[in-house]
Design a protein around this ligand. Structure first.
Ligand code: 71H
Length: 397
């Protein structure tokens, strides 16, 4: 029965000591505003409601557009298979007070959106991080929305009702130059990560913020809850390129983690401007010489660059779909590799935690996984799995 679309598989829970809460935050009434899903250490027992994984049917329509399938068909397929999936975090649970947490800003991939990396985000939150998964409005998301203040029809205009304005995935037009589009989008995406950071810092300073989403979550509890010296940026694929661009824009990001980086959207000019430590975690299959050559252009004297490859993994081993289909369907659609998806995300998360402890100066026990960063371990190899011609020495900077 497992193969027939019923999903006994679940998104894995965080393995750390903290109970995890989740809520959404949207500011402003235009696409210039911020939209993020927050995963955070929560007070146990303050909510027993699990978080809806894909909260609106319009995300299914956007995914159908992205996957080039008919919206009615796709909508039906997604609703049947994923409509009741929850992510293992308690919806609107009370924020856990009493300590300052390091902060991660997370950037999703092409055709994804803020909720699809919950296995990574809940694991980090269970280890004592606050994680803000941004939703990009550059039309690289399958779908996203903002709330328009439109005066309710017929009313005297005093009660303006909020209306969802949906923005769907922008397909490449015939003959369109993809590089130009992606270079423009990566700039907007990096700006949105910086804006999300600024928003979280405002919240940390106790500034009153207006969440235009009708949710009862007390943001004032986050006053003085972020360790503002311990901030990282992280992302998958297009979100990894965004991570690199965001590091070059704001030095408050102390380090970055690039999951299966897609380097096409980046210009050479950015490479000398990325001084912070960078970890590349690659899947076995999403690697090709030109992409690796671009990554190597980030190597400068006395700049920390680490790369590992997780054996038996594919590009989709990082987003949540990898946990939610049976083995046969999963392998056919490239959603699963040979390695068990739970093991794969475990290796990626542990390597990430070890890197974050080292470069954010955490005093936790994540250094137990330092060997993974050297590519030592059952499922990892150091660097890349493709062989390249020897590199000419990088120009000194
Ligand atoms: C379709 C034609 N073409 C579009 C441009 C390529 C589509 N494609 C391969 C796909 C995503 C795939 C997918 C998802 C989800 C199901 C589902 F059925 F399970 F929902 C199935 C099948 C289809 C595997 C990718 O774009 C891969 N990719 C991604 S995938 C991020 C993502 C998107 C949607 C999700 F639901 C989960 C994760 N993020 C990037 O930043 C980059 C790339 C490539 C370069 C840069």
């Amino acid at each position: 029965a497992k193969e027939m679309g019923s999903n006994f598989e679940r998104i894995p829970e965080g393995k750390g000591p903290y109970s995890v809460g989740c809520t959404d935050l949207m500011t402003g009434h235009s696409i210039q505003g911020s939209f993020l899903r927050l995963y955070y250490p929560s007070q146990i027992g303050t909510s027993d409601e699990e978080t809806i994984w894909i909260p609106n049917k319009e995300y299914y329509y956007g995914l159908s557009d992205f996957l080039n399938i008919n919206r009615t068909l796709g909508g039906f397929f997604f609703t049947c298979n994923f409509g009741s999936v929850t992510c293992p975090a308690k919806w609107n649970a009370a924020f856990k007070l009493g300590e300052k947490y390091p902060l991660i800003i997370f950037s999703h991939g092409l055709g994804a959106f803020r909720t699809l990396y919950s296995a990574i985000c809940t694991e980090m939150a269970s280890r004592g991080f606050v994680v803000a998964a941004v939703e990009h409005r550059d039309q690289s998301s399958s779908a996203t929305y903002y709330l328009n203040e439109k005066p309710a029809l017929g009313a005297k205009g005093e009660a303006s009702e909020l209306h969802k304005e949906w923005i769907y995935y922008r397909k490449l037009k015939a003959g369109e130059d993809e590089v130009a589009l992606r270079q423009q989008q990566v700039q907007q995406r990096a700006d949105e990560c910086v804006r999300a950071l600024d928003l979280m810092l405002d919240i940390n300073s106790g500034k009153q913020i207006v969440n235009v989403l009708p949710l009862n979550f007390n943001w004032m509890l986050l006053k003085d809850s972020i360790d503002v010296q311990k901030i990282a940026v992280m992302g998958h694929s297009f979100g990894a390129a965004t991570t690199i661009e965001a590091l070059s824009k704001n030095v408050q990001f102390k380090c970055g983690i690039a999951l299966d980086a897609w380097m096409l959207p980046l210009c050479e000019e950015v490479y000398p401007r990325v001084r912070q430590p960078l970890l590349f975690i690659n899947s076995e299959k999403f690697q090709w010489a030109l992409n690796i050559l671009e990554i190597k252009k980030l190597n400068y004297k006395d700049r920390e660059r680490k790369m590992i490859t997780i054996k038996g993994t594919v590009h989709q081993s990082f987003p949540d779909f990898t946990f939610l289909t049976g083995n046969i369907v999963g392998k056919i659609f490239g959603l699963k590799g040979q390695l068990n998806p739970n093991t794969a995300i475990d290796v990626s998360n542990k390597a990430s935690l070890a890197f974050l402890q080292k470069h954010l100066g955490l005093n936790k026990d994540f250094d137990q996984w330092d060997s993974l960063l050297e590519g030592k371990g059952h499922d990892v190899i150091p660097g890349t799995n493709i062989d390249l011609p020897p590199m000419p020495p990088q120009s000194k900077q």
